[in-house]
Design a protein around this ligand. Sequence first.
Ligand SMILES: [Zn+2]
Length: 114
Amino acid sequence: MAAEYFGVESNWHRAPSMKVDCPNCGGKIPGGVAFHYDNGRVCVLDWERAWLAGAVKKEDVPEPKQWWGKTSANFAEDVAIEQLRKDAASLGIEVDKRWSKETLSAKIQEALKS
Ligand SMILES: [Zn+2]
């Protein structure tokens, strides 16, 4: 099973990539790239992947494209609330989507006491 899956995966990676128009500069680029070079300047399509590849520094990333900080904190919060909702549901609580983390915790505590 695993070998089969791996085979499919590596075939996919070997498939010739189609040239597409860059949405930033209009140049012809391989499909799915995070960045490419145009006249010696880096043209970035996906800032996070370009940063992971070492093509740009975090201080080069324009503010609307910054994926760290507040965004990841919000993400952690969402994950925590989602987990509390699951815990509450497994205790037979009818979960209201508007409940805050605190409300959910209180309801779970209540259900555990009874
Ligand atoms: Zn470009």
